[in-house]
Design a protein around this ligand. Structure first.
Ligand code: SF4
Length: 63
């Protein structure tokens, strides 16, 4: 699994960091940062859920 987040279109809603805190964080401006581009197996479901919840479509989960 690979995770990316487009910081250009992130609106800082924070759902990703709340849903998958091992995978996503937010910088001081609230913009998403990816902590784990290749998440551990046990974080996979949360990463997918974050991708589904992200209101801006910034989060992409592949694989
Ligand atoms: S859920 Fe989407 S819009 Fe919200 S902080 Fe994460 S990447 Fe940005």
């Amino acid at each position: 699994m690979r995770v990316t987040a487009d910081r250009e279109i992130c609106v800082g809603a924070g759902l990703c960091a709340l849903t998958a805190p091992e995978v996503f964080d937010q910088d001081d401006d609230g913009v998403v940062t990816v902590l784990a581009a290749e998440p551990a197996e046990e974080d996979g479901a949360a990463a997918r859920e974050a991708g589904a919840l992200c209101p801006s479509g910034a989060v992409r989960v592949v694989g």
